[in-house]
Design a protein around this ligand. Structure first.
Ligand SMILES: [Zn+2]
Length: 478
């Protein structure tokens, strides 16, 4: 008891940051997102404390039109020479507390401002949509963000609901305690048209639709749940985090943020099984984003420069899982591998960068194509070689690395793992040297066989594609 008391007395308590967010009714002539922040418990001796609004979504293109009605105690001033910064004029006898309030315009969905800056807050009939990163200021001291206990209170208009990717949907207002590493998620205030929720073998999963179109939440929820249950079985690890699908106005693209994928309500088509489903591109986008809960959510990137694993292997394993589940036809898998090969070969970086090199900036657009598409083809190549050699296949990486490598991938460990499966040449040829994919050889290795397809445009011509049944390749484990 005495020890506990002593320990408590020596642990310094963190500063506390409280955010309160409301919005003007959409009937207002110039609706705004209204943010109030109160900070207590900062070190009064520090003189370099300021607010900071990260530039995600390029809000600073709008100069000081974006953050309006700025008022603070002590006074806060927007630095026009460094637009992400908001300096605080600290008095000599400052007590370590700050208060600031400001408003951010909410532009109409489909307006020019919205088309040019789609990640900034927007509204449409019934709801407002924003991201936390470019609406909630952070508190910084010197060059670092202040570690603090942060809470967010979201207050919708009467009768409305509130949603965050960190906490999900609530009828009415909600207060969320932010995790220490919480950085960016979606915030929605308004009236959802439908929602679905489950918490089982697929982990906590929610689908919420805000557009007034026919309800798509059951289809989206069941699709995501089926995938998450399958990912857990394939990798041997349960979902480490909750996921929310936020379905907004149709025609909008998708963005994955912490705990949520926000995307335009997808079109419903007849899928490969003859049932209502999503077009392959949409299904693969959602499957890819959901798989990030395992890569790098479960299996972490142990060093920088592994985007080709993080993105390329995610692109591959999510598509593989879709075929395994019967949501995408094997023929479509073969077609996409050829298409990725075409895209990789069109990149100026093709044949110039090697995956194992620690010096590649994979976020440069030409290199990024190699990381995503080339990395996907590499994953397919390795999976095909592994299974050809009688090994379980690429998903085994998860089980082995969770058991032996502390759940993190590094180049040396990956090379060692490939060598242990008899693929040391693959490391030298495909990772240390630039990779030249041969999807046709890999498709044959995976059990695809040439199928003759009459060309409907030319009755004399018969195209040959790889297709047919490849069931063993799309199975893993028992
Ligand atoms: Zn990704």
């Amino acid at each position: 008891m005495l020890l506990a008391t002593l320990l408590l007395a020596t642990v310094p308590s963190l500063p506390v940051i409280r955010y309160r967010v409301t919005c003007d009714p959409s009937s207002s002539a110039d609706p705004k997102w209204r943010v109030e922040i109160s900070v207590t418990g900062l070190d009064p001796k520090r003189r370099d404390v300021r607010f900071q609004l990260p530039g995600w979504g390029e809000w600073y293109d709008l100069d000081d039109y974006y953050v309006r009605e700025l008022a603070g105690t002590p006074p806060v001033r927007h630095r026009l020479d460094f637009l992400e910064r908001f300096d605080v004029e600290l008095p000599a006898d400052w007590d370590g507390t700050l208060k600031v309030s400001y408003a951010i315009p909410i532009v109409e969905l489909g307006s020019r401002a919205n088309s040019n800056h789609g990640l900034l807050p927007w509204r449409t009939a019934g709801y407002v949509h924003a991201f936390s990163s470019n609406t909630l200021m952070r508190v910084a001291a010197g060059e670092a963000l202040v570690e603090a206990e942060r809470t967010l209170e979201l207050v919708p208009l009467p009768g409305g609901s509130s949603l965050t990717g960190w906490s999900g949907l609530a009828a009415g207002p909600q207060t969320v305690k932010l995790a220490p590493q919480a950085d960016n998620t979606v915030l929605v205030l308004g009236v959802p048209s439908a929602s679905q929720r489950s918490d089982d073998a697929g982990g906590l999963l929610e689908a919420v639709q805000f557009s007034g179109l026919p309800d798509c939440t059951k289809l989206a929820h069941d699709f995501a749940r089926r995938l998450r249950v399958a990912y857990a079985a394939t990798t041997g690890a349960p979902a480490g985090s909750a996921e929310r699908l936020v379905l907004t106005a149709p025609g909008l693209g998708g963005t994955h943020v912490e705990g949520a994928i926000t995307l335009g309500r997808p079109e419903i088509v007849t899928d490969v099984r003859g049932r209502p489903g999503f077009e392959t591109g949409t299904a693969h986008f959602v499957a890819h984003e959901l798989f990030h809960a395992w890569l790098p959510g479960v299996l972490k990137m142990g060093e920088p420069g592994l985007e080709w694993i993080h993105e390329g292997f995610t692109e591959y394993l999510s598509l593989w899982q879709l075929v395994a589940l019967g949501d995408v036809a094997p023929d479509e898998f073969a077609r996409r591998m050829h298409w990725y090969d075409e895209l990789a070969r069109k990149s100026a970086a093709f044949g110039k960068v090697a995956f194992a090199s620690p010096d590649v900036n994979w976020r440069e657009p030409e290199n990024e194509t190699i990381a995503y598409k080339g990395g996907c083809l590499l994953a397919f190549h390795l999976d095909a070689l592994l299974r050809d050699a009688g090994e379980p296949g690429l998903p085994q990486l998860f089980r082995d690395f969770m058991r032996e490598e502390g759940g993190a991938v590094r180049r040396a460990a990956f090379a060692k793992w490939l060598a242990a499966q008899g693929l040391d040449e693959a490391w030298a040829n495909c990772c240390q040297a630039p990779f030249a994919p041969d999807p046709r050889a890999d498709l044959l290795r995976a059990g695809f066989r040439p199928v003759e397809k009459p060309d409907p445009n030319d009755r004399h011509h018969v195209a040959t594609a790889l297709g047919g049944t490849t069931e063993p390749f799309f199975k893993f484990g028992k």
